[in-house]
Design a protein around this ligand. Structure first.
Ligand code: HSE
Length: 437
Protein backbone atom coordinates (compact mmCIF):
# COMPACT_ATOMS: atom_id res chain seq x y z
CA UNK A 1 0.00 0.00 0.00
CA UNK A 2 1.30 3.48 -0.76
CA UNK A 3 2.53 5.57 2.21
CA UNK A 4 0.34 8.12 3.93
CA UNK A 5 1.95 11.52 3.44
CA UNK A 6 2.54 13.92 6.30
CA UNK A 7 3.19 17.64 6.14
CA UNK A 8 4.89 18.98 9.28
CA UNK A 9 4.25 22.60 10.20
CA UNK A 10 7.06 23.54 12.58
CA UNK A 11 10.15 21.53 13.38
CA UNK A 12 10.94 22.90 16.83
CA UNK A 13 11.25 20.65 19.88
CA UNK A 14 8.13 18.53 19.28
CA UNK A 15 8.40 18.60 15.48
CA UNK A 16 12.01 17.47 15.69
CA UNK A 17 11.06 14.70 18.13
CA UNK A 18 8.26 13.59 15.85
CA UNK A 19 10.54 13.37 12.82
CA UNK A 20 13.19 11.48 14.80
CA UNK A 21 10.83 8.93 16.37
CA UNK A 22 8.92 8.35 13.11
CA UNK A 23 12.21 7.60 11.40
CA UNK A 24 13.69 5.50 14.19
CA UNK A 25 10.59 3.34 14.65
CA UNK A 26 9.47 3.49 11.02
CA UNK A 27 9.13 -0.24 10.48
CA UNK A 28 7.25 -0.98 13.68
CA UNK A 29 4.93 1.99 13.22
CA UNK A 30 4.15 0.86 9.65
CA UNK A 31 3.33 -2.63 10.92
CA UNK A 32 0.89 -1.08 13.38
CA UNK A 33 -0.65 1.48 11.02
CA UNK A 34 -0.90 -0.90 8.07
CA UNK A 35 1.16 1.34 5.82
CA UNK A 36 4.18 3.59 5.94
CA UNK A 37 3.74 7.00 7.56
CA UNK A 38 6.05 9.28 5.60
CA UNK A 39 6.97 12.90 6.25
CA UNK A 40 6.84 14.39 2.78
CA UNK A 41 7.03 18.11 3.56
CA UNK A 42 8.36 20.28 6.37
CA UNK A 43 7.56 23.97 6.73
CA UNK A 44 9.58 26.08 9.12
CA UNK A 45 10.84 29.66 9.17
CA UNK A 46 14.27 28.27 10.07
CA UNK A 47 15.13 26.50 6.81
CA UNK A 48 18.56 25.42 8.05
CA UNK A 49 17.03 23.65 11.03
CA UNK A 50 14.41 22.00 8.80
CA UNK A 51 17.14 20.84 6.40
CA UNK A 52 19.16 19.44 9.28
CA UNK A 53 16.36 16.93 9.91
CA UNK A 54 15.00 16.34 6.42
CA UNK A 55 16.03 13.33 4.38
CA UNK A 56 16.83 13.94 0.71
CA UNK A 57 13.30 13.19 -0.52
CA UNK A 58 11.53 15.58 1.91
CA UNK A 59 10.40 18.95 0.54
CA UNK A 60 11.48 21.81 2.83
CA UNK A 61 9.81 25.20 2.65
CA UNK A 62 9.36 28.33 4.73
CA UNK A 63 5.85 28.77 3.35
CA UNK A 64 3.39 26.75 5.45
CA UNK A 65 0.58 27.34 2.93
CA UNK A 66 2.46 25.16 0.43
CA UNK A 67 1.98 22.28 2.85
CA UNK A 68 -1.65 22.90 3.79
CA UNK A 69 -2.67 23.12 0.14
CA UNK A 70 -0.37 20.50 -1.40
CA UNK A 71 -2.39 17.81 -3.20
CA UNK A 72 -0.10 14.95 -2.06
CA UNK A 73 -0.38 15.67 1.67
CA UNK A 74 -2.90 13.53 3.58
CA UNK A 75 -2.30 14.72 7.17
CA UNK A 76 -1.08 18.14 8.31
CA UNK A 77 0.68 18.15 11.70
CA UNK A 78 0.47 21.60 13.25
CA UNK A 79 3.26 22.19 15.79
CA UNK A 80 3.85 25.91 15.48
CA UNK A 81 1.63 26.96 18.40
CA UNK A 82 -0.10 30.32 18.84
CA UNK A 83 -3.65 31.01 17.86
CA UNK A 84 -3.93 33.25 14.82
CA UNK A 85 -1.61 31.81 12.20
CA UNK A 86 -2.07 28.25 13.47
CA UNK A 87 -5.85 28.57 13.26
CA UNK A 88 -5.74 29.87 9.70
CA UNK A 89 -3.40 27.11 8.64
CA UNK A 90 -5.53 24.40 10.25
CA UNK A 91 -8.69 25.75 8.63
CA UNK A 92 -6.90 25.95 5.30
CA UNK A 93 -5.69 22.35 5.62
CA UNK A 94 -9.21 21.21 6.49
CA UNK A 95 -10.65 23.16 3.55
CA UNK A 96 -8.24 21.23 1.34
CA UNK A 97 -9.54 17.93 2.72
CA UNK A 98 -6.60 17.14 4.97
CA UNK A 99 -6.75 15.51 8.38
CA UNK A 100 -5.08 17.51 11.13
CA UNK A 101 -2.97 16.45 14.10
CA UNK A 102 -2.11 19.21 16.55
CA UNK A 103 -0.55 19.76 19.97
CA UNK A 104 -2.09 23.23 20.21
CA UNK A 105 -4.09 23.24 23.47
CA UNK A 106 -4.58 27.02 23.58
CA UNK A 107 -6.06 27.03 20.08
CA UNK A 108 -8.42 24.10 20.70
CA UNK A 109 -9.50 25.30 24.16
CA UNK A 110 -10.49 28.64 22.63
CA UNK A 111 -11.62 27.69 19.12
CA UNK A 112 -12.12 23.93 19.24
CA UNK A 113 -15.87 24.07 18.74
CA UNK A 114 -15.49 26.00 15.48
CA UNK A 115 -12.56 23.91 14.21
CA UNK A 116 -14.27 20.57 14.98
CA UNK A 117 -17.46 21.73 13.24
CA UNK A 118 -15.60 22.74 10.08
CA UNK A 119 -13.70 19.44 10.09
CA UNK A 120 -16.99 17.56 10.38
CA UNK A 121 -18.47 19.26 7.34
CA UNK A 122 -15.36 18.29 5.37
CA UNK A 123 -15.34 14.72 6.75
CA UNK A 124 -11.80 14.99 8.11
CA UNK A 125 -10.37 14.24 11.55
CA UNK A 126 -8.72 16.60 14.03
CA UNK A 127 -6.64 14.71 16.58
CA UNK A 128 -4.94 16.28 19.60
CA UNK A 129 -3.52 13.70 22.02
CA UNK A 130 -0.32 15.76 22.33
CA UNK A 131 -2.27 18.82 23.49
CA UNK A 132 -2.95 17.36 26.95
CA UNK A 133 -0.24 16.04 29.29
CA UNK A 134 2.44 15.47 26.61
CA UNK A 135 3.20 11.77 26.37
CA UNK A 136 0.37 10.47 28.58
CA UNK A 137 -2.36 8.92 26.36
CA UNK A 138 -5.13 10.53 28.41
CA UNK A 139 -7.32 11.60 25.48
CA UNK A 140 -7.35 8.03 24.20
CA UNK A 141 -8.13 6.73 27.69
CA UNK A 142 -11.03 9.14 28.18
CA UNK A 143 -12.42 8.79 24.67
CA UNK A 144 -12.08 5.04 24.24
CA UNK A 145 -10.74 3.09 27.22
CA UNK A 146 -13.25 4.55 29.69
CA UNK A 147 -16.16 4.78 27.29
CA UNK A 148 -18.35 2.48 29.40
CA UNK A 149 -18.21 4.86 32.34
CA UNK A 150 -20.14 7.81 33.56
CA UNK A 151 -17.14 9.94 34.49
CA UNK A 152 -17.53 11.50 37.93
CA UNK A 153 -14.44 13.67 38.15
CA UNK A 154 -10.95 14.32 36.82
CA UNK A 155 -8.12 15.88 38.83
CA UNK A 156 -4.73 16.37 37.24
CA UNK A 157 -1.26 17.75 37.68
CA UNK A 158 -1.10 18.92 34.10
CA UNK A 159 1.59 21.58 34.14
CA UNK A 160 5.11 20.32 34.72
CA UNK A 161 6.67 23.74 35.24
CA UNK A 162 4.43 24.66 38.15
CA UNK A 163 4.75 21.18 39.66
CA UNK A 164 8.53 21.51 39.48
CA UNK A 165 8.33 24.87 41.26
CA UNK A 166 6.09 23.51 44.03
CA UNK A 167 8.30 20.44 44.50
CA UNK A 168 11.44 22.55 44.81
CA UNK A 169 9.79 25.04 47.19
CA UNK A 170 8.86 22.15 49.47
CA UNK A 171 12.10 20.16 49.18
CA UNK A 172 14.56 23.02 49.44
CA UNK A 173 12.54 25.57 51.41
CA UNK A 174 13.06 28.14 48.63
CA UNK A 175 10.69 30.96 47.70
CA UNK A 176 8.54 30.97 44.57
CA UNK A 177 10.77 33.61 42.95
CA UNK A 178 13.99 31.68 43.67
CA UNK A 179 12.66 28.45 42.16
CA UNK A 180 11.18 30.19 39.14
CA UNK A 181 14.60 31.66 38.35
CA UNK A 182 16.13 28.15 38.70
CA UNK A 183 13.44 26.66 36.42
CA UNK A 184 14.17 29.29 33.79
CA UNK A 185 17.89 28.54 34.02
CA UNK A 186 17.22 24.83 33.55
CA UNK A 187 14.99 25.58 30.56
CA UNK A 188 11.79 24.15 32.15
CA UNK A 189 10.08 27.51 32.37
CA UNK A 190 9.79 29.84 29.40
CA UNK A 191 11.30 33.33 29.53
CA UNK A 192 7.65 34.40 29.84
CA UNK A 193 6.26 31.70 32.13
CA UNK A 194 2.87 33.38 32.62
CA UNK A 195 0.78 30.57 31.11
CA UNK A 196 2.48 27.97 33.31
CA UNK A 197 2.52 29.77 36.66
CA UNK A 198 -0.85 31.50 36.32
CA UNK A 199 -2.60 28.20 35.61
CA UNK A 200 -3.63 29.11 32.05
CA UNK A 201 -1.84 26.19 30.40
CA UNK A 202 -3.51 23.82 32.89
CA UNK A 203 -6.84 25.53 32.21
CA UNK A 204 -6.51 24.83 28.48
CA UNK A 205 -5.88 21.15 29.20
CA UNK A 206 -8.66 20.64 31.76
CA UNK A 207 -11.10 22.36 29.38
CA UNK A 208 -10.35 19.77 26.70
CA UNK A 209 -10.58 16.85 29.13
CA UNK A 210 -13.84 18.15 30.57
CA UNK A 211 -15.43 18.31 27.12
CA UNK A 212 -14.42 14.72 26.38
CA UNK A 213 -15.38 13.40 29.81
CA UNK A 214 -18.82 14.97 29.97
CA UNK A 215 -19.79 15.45 26.33
CA UNK A 216 -20.04 19.23 26.59
CA UNK A 217 -18.67 21.87 24.20
CA UNK A 218 -15.12 23.14 24.75
CA UNK A 219 -15.56 26.23 26.98
CA UNK A 220 -12.28 27.81 28.02
CA UNK A 221 -14.02 31.07 28.99
CA UNK A 222 -15.79 29.25 31.84
CA UNK A 223 -12.72 27.89 33.68
CA UNK A 224 -11.94 29.39 37.08
CA UNK A 225 -8.16 29.88 37.01
CA UNK A 226 -5.79 30.66 39.87
CA UNK A 227 -2.02 30.10 39.60
CA UNK A 228 0.77 29.45 42.08
CA UNK A 229 2.40 32.89 42.20
CA UNK A 230 1.03 33.79 45.62
CA UNK A 231 1.91 30.55 47.39
CA UNK A 232 4.36 30.88 50.25
CA UNK A 233 6.75 28.42 51.84
CA UNK A 234 4.81 28.89 55.07
CA UNK A 235 1.60 27.49 53.59
CA UNK A 236 3.46 24.58 52.02
CA UNK A 237 4.97 23.79 55.45
CA UNK A 238 1.72 24.14 57.40
CA UNK A 239 -0.09 21.96 54.85
CA UNK A 240 2.56 19.25 55.40
CA UNK A 241 2.11 19.48 59.17
CA UNK A 242 -1.57 18.79 58.64
CA UNK A 243 -0.92 15.80 56.34
CA UNK A 244 -1.48 17.56 53.01
CA UNK A 245 0.63 18.52 50.00
CA UNK A 246 -0.11 21.54 47.82
CA UNK A 247 -0.40 20.86 44.07
CA UNK A 248 -1.71 22.95 41.19
CA UNK A 249 -4.66 20.84 40.06
CA UNK A 250 -6.93 21.04 37.06
CA UNK A 251 -10.28 19.76 38.30
CA UNK A 252 -13.52 19.00 36.52
CA UNK A 253 -16.41 17.35 38.30
CA UNK A 254 -19.98 16.36 37.57
CA UNK A 255 -22.22 17.68 40.37
CA UNK A 256 -25.97 18.08 40.74
CA UNK A 257 -26.10 21.63 39.36
CA UNK A 258 -23.74 21.06 36.43
CA UNK A 259 -20.04 20.77 35.75
CA UNK A 260 -17.25 22.22 37.87
CA UNK A 261 -14.27 23.42 35.84
CA UNK A 262 -11.37 24.92 37.78
CA UNK A 263 -7.61 25.24 38.18
CA UNK A 264 -6.07 26.31 41.49
CA UNK A 265 -3.51 25.33 44.13
CA UNK A 266 -5.04 22.49 46.11
CA UNK A 267 -4.26 20.67 49.35
CA UNK A 268 -4.30 16.89 48.73
CA UNK A 269 -3.78 14.26 51.44
CA UNK A 270 -0.13 13.20 51.31
CA UNK A 271 -1.13 9.53 51.22
CA UNK A 272 -2.73 9.87 47.75
CA UNK A 273 -0.47 8.65 44.93
CA UNK A 274 -0.99 11.87 42.99
CA UNK A 275 0.28 13.94 45.92
CA UNK A 276 3.65 12.25 45.41
CA UNK A 277 4.11 13.21 41.77
CA UNK A 278 7.16 15.43 41.84
CA UNK A 279 9.18 17.63 39.51
CA UNK A 280 8.07 18.15 35.92
CA UNK A 281 6.03 14.94 35.75
CA UNK A 282 2.28 15.01 35.08
CA UNK A 283 -0.44 12.76 36.51
CA UNK A 284 -4.18 12.58 36.10
CA UNK A 285 -6.75 10.77 38.21
CA UNK A 286 -10.00 9.91 36.44
CA UNK A 287 -12.90 8.56 38.46
CA UNK A 288 -15.48 6.54 36.54
CA UNK A 289 -18.58 4.98 38.04
CA UNK A 290 -17.70 1.49 36.81
CA UNK A 291 -13.92 1.45 36.92
CA UNK A 292 -13.39 3.56 40.05
CA UNK A 293 -10.33 5.78 40.30
CA UNK A 294 -7.62 5.34 37.65
CA UNK A 295 -4.26 7.11 37.56
CA UNK A 296 -2.24 8.11 34.48
CA UNK A 297 1.34 9.22 35.02
CA UNK A 298 4.19 10.28 32.75
CA UNK A 299 6.13 13.03 31.06
CA UNK A 300 3.92 16.01 30.31
CA UNK A 301 6.34 17.69 27.91
CA UNK A 302 9.56 17.12 26.01
CA UNK A 303 10.48 16.24 22.44
CA UNK A 304 10.01 12.47 22.32
CA UNK A 305 7.25 12.05 24.95
CA UNK A 306 5.11 14.57 23.07
CA UNK A 307 6.12 13.00 19.74
CA UNK A 308 4.81 9.71 21.13
CA UNK A 309 1.35 11.28 21.32
CA UNK A 310 1.60 13.02 17.94
CA UNK A 311 2.53 9.72 16.28
CA UNK A 312 -0.23 7.82 18.09
CA UNK A 313 -2.64 10.27 16.46
CA UNK A 314 -0.98 9.77 13.07
CA UNK A 315 -1.47 6.01 13.39
CA UNK A 316 -5.10 6.47 14.47
CA UNK A 317 -5.86 8.77 11.55
CA UNK A 318 -4.11 6.40 9.16
CA UNK A 319 -6.16 3.46 10.40
CA UNK A 320 -9.45 5.34 10.42
CA UNK A 321 -9.27 7.52 7.34
CA UNK A 322 -10.92 5.00 5.07
CA UNK A 323 -13.83 4.51 7.52
CA UNK A 324 -17.05 6.44 7.01
CA UNK A 325 -16.97 9.56 9.26
CA UNK A 326 -19.89 8.23 11.35
CA UNK A 327 -17.91 5.06 12.12
CA UNK A 328 -14.86 6.91 13.43
CA UNK A 329 -14.24 7.67 17.11
CA UNK A 330 -15.95 11.06 17.69
CA UNK A 331 -13.56 13.95 18.37
CA UNK A 332 -15.09 14.71 21.77
CA UNK A 333 -15.97 11.07 22.44
CA UNK A 334 -19.73 11.76 22.26
CA UNK A 335 -21.50 11.97 18.90
CA UNK A 336 -21.36 15.64 17.85
CA UNK A 337 -25.15 16.04 17.61
CA UNK A 338 -25.54 14.53 21.09
CA UNK A 339 -23.38 16.94 23.10
CA UNK A 340 -25.07 18.06 26.28
CA UNK A 341 -25.84 21.61 27.41
CA UNK A 342 -25.12 20.83 31.08
CA UNK A 343 -23.87 24.17 32.41
CA UNK A 344 -20.43 24.86 33.81
CA UNK A 345 -21.33 26.19 37.25
CA UNK A 346 -19.99 29.52 38.57
CA UNK A 347 -17.11 29.26 41.04
CA UNK A 348 -19.15 30.73 43.89
CA UNK A 349 -21.44 27.69 43.77
CA UNK A 350 -18.57 25.19 43.91
CA UNK A 351 -18.56 23.08 47.05
CA UNK A 352 -15.23 22.13 48.57
CA UNK A 353 -13.30 22.45 51.81
CA UNK A 354 -10.70 25.05 52.66
CA UNK A 355 -7.38 25.81 54.33
CA UNK A 356 -7.38 29.34 55.77
CA UNK A 357 -4.41 31.12 57.31
CA UNK A 358 -4.46 34.55 58.92
CA UNK A 359 -2.35 36.62 61.25
CA UNK A 360 -4.03 38.10 64.31
CA UNK A 361 -3.18 40.06 67.44
CA UNK A 362 -2.74 37.64 70.33
CA UNK A 363 -5.32 38.79 72.88
CA UNK A 364 -8.43 37.38 74.57
CA UNK A 365 -11.56 36.87 72.47
CA UNK A 366 -9.91 36.96 69.02
CA UNK A 367 -10.30 33.27 68.29
CA UNK A 368 -13.90 33.37 69.56
CA UNK A 369 -14.72 36.25 67.23
CA UNK A 370 -13.25 34.49 64.20
CA UNK A 371 -14.93 31.17 64.88
CA UNK A 372 -18.27 32.98 65.40
CA UNK A 373 -18.03 34.55 61.92
CA UNK A 374 -17.21 31.14 60.46
CA UNK A 375 -20.19 29.54 62.20
CA UNK A 376 -22.53 32.34 61.15
CA UNK A 377 -21.64 31.60 57.52
CA UNK A 378 -22.64 27.99 58.01
CA UNK A 379 -19.08 26.72 57.82
CA UNK A 380 -17.91 23.89 60.04
CA UNK A 381 -14.27 23.79 61.19
CA UNK A 382 -12.43 20.46 60.92
CA UNK A 383 -9.07 21.51 62.39
CA UNK A 384 -7.69 24.61 64.04
CA UNK A 385 -4.11 25.48 64.98
CA UNK A 386 -2.73 28.57 66.60
CA UNK A 387 1.03 28.93 66.25
CA UNK A 388 3.17 30.18 69.17
CA UNK A 389 4.00 33.87 68.80
CA UNK A 390 7.68 34.67 68.35
CA UNK A 391 9.18 36.26 71.49
CA UNK A 392 9.30 39.80 70.04
CA UNK A 393 5.81 39.84 68.52
CA UNK A 394 2.20 40.06 69.65
CA UNK A 395 1.02 38.51 66.36
CA UNK A 396 0.15 34.87 65.85
CA UNK A 397 -0.86 32.77 62.85
CA UNK A 398 -4.12 30.88 62.91
CA UNK A 399 -4.57 27.97 60.50
CA UNK A 400 -8.03 26.59 60.02
CA UNK A 401 -9.32 23.67 57.94
CA UNK A 402 -13.02 23.55 57.11
CA UNK A 403 -15.47 20.83 56.22
CA UNK A 404 -17.27 21.07 52.86
CA UNK A 405 -18.93 24.40 52.20
CA UNK A 406 -19.77 26.51 49.18
CA UNK A 407 -17.32 29.09 47.87
CA UNK A 408 -19.75 32.00 48.39
CA UNK A 409 -19.94 31.21 52.14
CA UNK A 410 -16.18 31.17 52.48
CA UNK A 411 -15.91 34.44 50.51
CA UNK A 412 -18.40 36.09 52.85
CA UNK A 413 -16.60 34.79 55.94
CA UNK A 414 -13.19 35.91 54.65
CA UNK A 415 -14.50 39.42 53.93
CA UNK A 416 -15.83 39.74 57.49
CA UNK A 417 -12.70 38.27 59.09
CA UNK A 418 -10.46 40.64 57.12
CA UNK A 419 -12.50 43.62 58.34
CA UNK A 420 -11.76 42.83 62.02
CA UNK A 421 -9.19 45.28 63.48
CA UNK A 422 -7.45 42.37 65.27
CA UNK A 423 -6.75 40.60 61.98
CA UNK A 424 -3.51 42.02 60.62
CA UNK A 425 -3.12 40.13 57.31
CA UNK A 426 -5.16 39.10 54.31
CA UNK A 427 -6.69 35.66 54.79
CA UNK A 428 -4.80 33.09 52.71
CA UNK A 429 -7.30 30.63 51.24
CA UNK A 430 -6.34 27.34 49.56
CA UNK A 431 -8.92 24.79 48.51
CA UNK A 432 -8.72 21.15 49.68
CA UNK A 433 -9.65 18.05 47.70
CA UNK A 434 -9.66 14.70 49.48
CA UNK A 435 -9.93 12.87 46.08
CA UNK A 436 -11.54 9.89 47.75
CA UNK A 437 -15.04 9.63 46.31
N1 HSE B 1 4.63 24.18 29.60
C1 HSE B 1 3.96 22.94 29.84
C2 HSE B 1 4.37 22.40 31.19
C3 HSE B 1 4.24 21.88 28.82
O1 HSE B 1 5.17 23.01 31.89
O2 HSE B 1 3.84 21.36 31.56
C4 HSE B 1 3.46 22.07 27.57
O3 HSE B 1 2.09 22.09 27.82
Amino acid sequence: MKPINIGLLGIGTVGGGTYTVLKRNQEEIARRAGREIKVKMIADKDLDRARSFADHDVIVTDNAHEVTTHPDIDIVVELIGGQTIAKNLILEAIAHGKHVVTANKALLANHGTEIFAVARTKGVMVAFEAAVAGGIPIIKALREGLTANRITWIAGIINGTSNFILSEMRDKGLSFEQVLAEAQKLGYAEADPTYDIEGIDAAHKITLMSAIAFGIPVQFSKVYTEGITKLTGEDIRYAEELGYRIKLLGITKRVEKGIELRVHPTLIPVRRLIANVEGVMNAIVVKGDAVGATLYYGAGAGAEPTASSVIADLVDVTRMQTAEPMHRVPTLSFQPDLLSDTPVIPMEDVETSYYLRMQVIDKPGVMAEITRIVAENNISISALIQKEPSSDSDRVSIIMLTHLTVEKNINAAIARIESLPVVTSKVIRIRIEELNN
